[in-house]
Each structure stands twice: as C-alpha cells, then as structure tokens.
Design a protein around this ligand. Structure first.
Ligand code: FRU
Length: 496
C-alpha cells in the first residue's frame, strides 16, 4: 500500500513537471522532474534499462524533505521520468530518504538500500541516521517492514550515529551482499565501513575499510568502492576539504584513491590519490557496471559550495547530473571518457586544421550550446612558444565564459564570472595539467547549461554549470603568442 506522501508527490511532480518546457532544460543531462536535485542514487542496470534515482525535493528549488526521484534510460543520454520512488513517510525516515544505492536480487526484484533520517526528540533534535531497505519492480517500491536494517548499535565503538549514511551496495560472487557506508569519529573525521548480508535484509559489520587521517576533509560522504583494471578504487566526497596545491580545493571535494583490498582484514590500502573532477560543479559520484563490462560514473553536476548560483529566480528546476563517464586506469591515474554512446549523436562536423590563432578569432561554423569541440593546441614551433590560449564560449554581446591555458605554468582555467551570474560564488577554478611543451588536447562537451572538459584524453576533467541564456552561442579563440590549433566541432543531438 502506498503512503499518502508518495501519492501526493507523484501527482504533484507529474502536473508541475509537465509545465517545464524541454527548451528550459539541458538536452542530455538529467535535471529533476520538478524542484531540487542532489546526489545520484541507485545508479544501476536493471531489467534491460539503466535506472537513476536522485535526491529530490519536488516542492521547491531548495534542499528539503528528501524523496527519491527516478528516471530510466536505454543509452544513459535520453532519460524518461518515472514516478518518485520514495517519500519521507515512515517514522525512521520522516526527515528524509537520504542517499543510497540499488541492486538486483535473485528473485528479479530490485533492492534499494538508503539512509533513513529522523530527528531525535522532535524537530529541533539531531539527525539520527540509519540504513533502510525498500524492494520493488523498477516502478513501485515497498519499504521493508523491519526497517531500519542498520542502526547505531551496529557501529563500532566511537562512531557517531548522527553521521552514518550513503550505503553503496553490490553483490558478492557467493550470492551475498556487501555495502560500504560513510561514518565519522567524534572528532569529525570520516571513516568508511563495510557491512555484509546474506539476503540483503539482515546486515552485520565486517570491517573498517578506510579511514580519514585528517588529510582529506572531515566527514566522508557518498563512498563507492569497485575493482578497475586490476586495482581497487575508492571514491569518496569529503566535506570541509583544505586545498592542496591545485589538486584539491576548499569545501566539498571528491577524492579517488587507487590501491589494494585485503579480503581477510577487510581493509583497503591506498597507493595513490587524486581529485575526481577539477572543475567547479561536481560532487557525490556513483558508478555502475554496464552489461558489456564498462565502469560508468555519474555525478551531481553541482556542489554544496556553489548551489546558491541558481540563475534566474523563476527557474523551476535546480541541479543536473553530469554526462555519464567511462572509467579506466592508466599510468596510475583515473581516466574518464564521455560514454561512447555519445558519439552516435554527433552530426554536422566542421573541421579546421593548422589554424594560426590570433586575436579574437571566430571560425565560421564553430558555435553553439549543444556541441562537442575536439581541440588540439600547440606552439607554432619550439622556438616560438605562446603564453596563453583562450576560448570564449556561451558568448553574446554581454556575457561569456572562458577556458584558458597557460603553457608556462601548465594551468587550465575555467572562468564563468561574466556568464551572467548575480552571485559572488566560486566562478573560476584552475587545474594543473601534464606539461607537454605547450601541447594540449581538449574534448569539450557543451550542453545548454554546462561545460565538461576532458583534458589530454581524459587524464583530467573539469566540469562547470553555465546559466547564460542558450541564445549566447558564439565561440571565439585568442592566443598570446603563436599557437596553432586543430578543431572539430560536432552538433550534438542535432540541436545546434
Ligand atoms: C551528499 C549528501 C549525502 C546525503 C544527501 C542528503 O551530497 O549530503 O551525504 O545522503 O546529500 O541529501
């Protein structure tokens, strides 16, 4: 039997979401059906389709009363909304159904494992966080009668039940289930815990998978843990990060640790670490394994530190997901590529080779807001290095955003302060890229309200939202010194 809150939310989102014209949304990045979206949840392949749930408040473009929104796709690019899957309507999740994940069970049902939050001792109390289960058929989900399935008593000594959340679940080769969840010590430092279950309902603590030694922020949110190219990879989104050179920035960040896992002790030993994304708007990524064996990641294309950058007050949605990205390890680093399905939606290529870039140069046919740009930039000769290469995009007579590269410092910068934002939030970020004597390759994916830059074949990625009106379509190039560029521009989804 469905609870009133969910019935109400489903009716509301159907009606209100239907009033948002497609032209007011991105073309291939998922936005909430109506209202607010944060973390991706339950990103999974189930019964012939990809499912993506998300942290969702249908009633406002601000965070509140977390539901789980729901969408499905055959290619991870065209999404169809399904009715909201969860509403905060049980005593143990009355303050919100927080982040979690999904897995298929042997009987063909889908199990959702999520964080149920309630306020201890009334509205002004602290948020008590527990893990809960709901089971469904890909459309309707029923919360388990014996929820919550993991509570304060299941935590090792010294961990706080007020920050215990975001379980990511997977199946084990023996048919059992395992999940990793975030928790913290009383000094606020994050800890990641592994739990095991034979049936998905009865869980027990296995081990402390990893601990924050104080280097990566405080509380660790939204972990993911998976094998990749012979190593174990741990993703986590730490709060309250301190910057470390150009690798990590202040506030809410993301960390990828590459290392090894010991099944006996249940411990992960990191060998290398790096940011997952070096741009402005990225947080809480989650991965799945596709039927053909690709590890694909999607993230919230937003960040808690910038989410007051909402653009126009009359916008009825807030929050986007990133382009799904294929992951691999190369030279001890995480590489990301746009999912290969995107290539089939490219059309009308416009290509220029060996262009000498000069002051404020427009190239006929190179423009648009739903396009892919493949750029190869290099000095004209070793004797004539250039100092700065600049690409302005989403430009009209008043607004523009900038991607610029300074080869001497090997710094790639995104800057959207002239994009039309009326807020003084973070508008620029720099990324230190591998120095290749002034040579750099950029694969730039623009959708109506975002830019994702895959640097040097996916060695690094920079992501940012751009709220400039999509009528600002111009793209221009400039170099300080003698730079040469090859460029191919594709229209994506025949939009531009
Ligand atoms: C991360 C997060 C999660 C939590 C959710 C609540 O962005 O804070 O830790 O489950 O958002 O919406």
């Amino acid at each position: 039997m469905m609870n009133h809150s969910l019935i109400f939310a489903r009716a509301y989102e159907k009606e209100a979401g239907g009033t948002i014209p497609a032209s007011a949304r991105p073309v291939f990045h998922l936005t909430p059906r109506i209202g607010w979206m944060n973390d991706p949840n339950g990103f999974s392949y189930y019964q012939g389709q990809y499912h993506l749930f998300y942290q969702y408040n249908p009633y406002d473009t601000q965070w509140d009363a977390m539901h789980w929104g729901h969408a499905v796709s055959h290619d991870l690019l065209h999404w169809t909304y399904l009715p909201a899957a969860l509403a905060p309507d049980a005593p143990y999740d009355s303050f919100g159904c927080f982040s979690g994940s999904a897995v298929e069970m042997p009987d063909g049902k889908q199990l959702l494992l999520y964080t149920g939050v309630r306020k201890e001792g009334g509205d002004n109390g602290r948020e008590l966080q527990t893990q809960c289960v709901a089971v469904g058929d890909g459309l309707d989900y029923r919360k388990y009668d014996r929820n919550p399935v993991l509570v304060a008593e299941d935590l090792p000594d010294g961990l706080s039940p007020y920050d215990f959340r975001d379980p990511k679940v997977w199946r084990m080769p023996d048919g059992g289930y395992r999940c990793v969840a975030g928790a913290r010590r009383m000094d606020r430092r994050g800890v990641l815990l592994l739990f095991d279950s034979a049936d998905g309902f009865r869980w027990h603590f296995k081990s402390i998978l990893a601990e924050n030694d104080g280097r990566f922020g405080l509380m660790w949110e939204c972990p993911d843990f998976f094998p990749l190219d012979g190593k174990s990879v741990l993703f986590v989104s730490p709060q309250d990060m301190l910057p470390e050179g150009f690798e990590y920035h202040n506030g809410n960040g993301t960390v990828c640790q590459i290392g090894t896992f010991d099944e006996e002790s249940g411990r992960f030993t990191p060998e290398r670490h790096q940011a997952i994304d070096y741009g402005i708007d990225f947080y809480a990524p989650q991965t799945l394994l596709t039927p053909d064996g690709r590890r694909v990641m999607i993230g919230w294309m937003q960040n808690w530190d910038t989410c007051k950058n909402t653009g126009y007050e009359d916008r009825q949605w807030f929050g986007q997901m990133t382009l799904p990205r294929e992951l691999s390890l190369r030279n001890g680093r995480l590489y990301q590529q746009p999912i290969r399905e995107l290539a089939q939606y490219r059309s009308q290529p416009v290509e220029y080779k060996n262009v000498s870039v000069s002051a404020c140069m427009n190239l006929p046919g190179i423009e648009g807001r739903c396009v892919e740009l493949d750029l190869h930039i290099r000095p004209e000769s070793a004797e004539t290095p250039y100092h700065k290469f600049t690409m302005r995009f989403a430009q009209d007579d008043q607004y523009y955003s900038v991607l610029s590269y300074r080869p001497h410092e090997s710094l790639l910068k995104i800057d959207r302060k002239f994009s039309g934002s009326r807020r003084a939030y973070i508008h620029q970020r720099r990324c230190q890229v591998a120095s290749r004597r002034g040579e750099i390759r950029l694969r730039v994916i623009l959708d109506r309200f975002s830019i994702e830059v895959f640097v040097n074949d996916g060695e690094q990625v920079m992501t940012a939202t751009i709220l400039t009106d999509p009528s600002a379509r111009r793209i221009c190039f400039e170099a300080d010194g003698k730079a040469v560029m090859d460029i191919t521009r594709y229209s994506l989804f025949q939009e531009d």
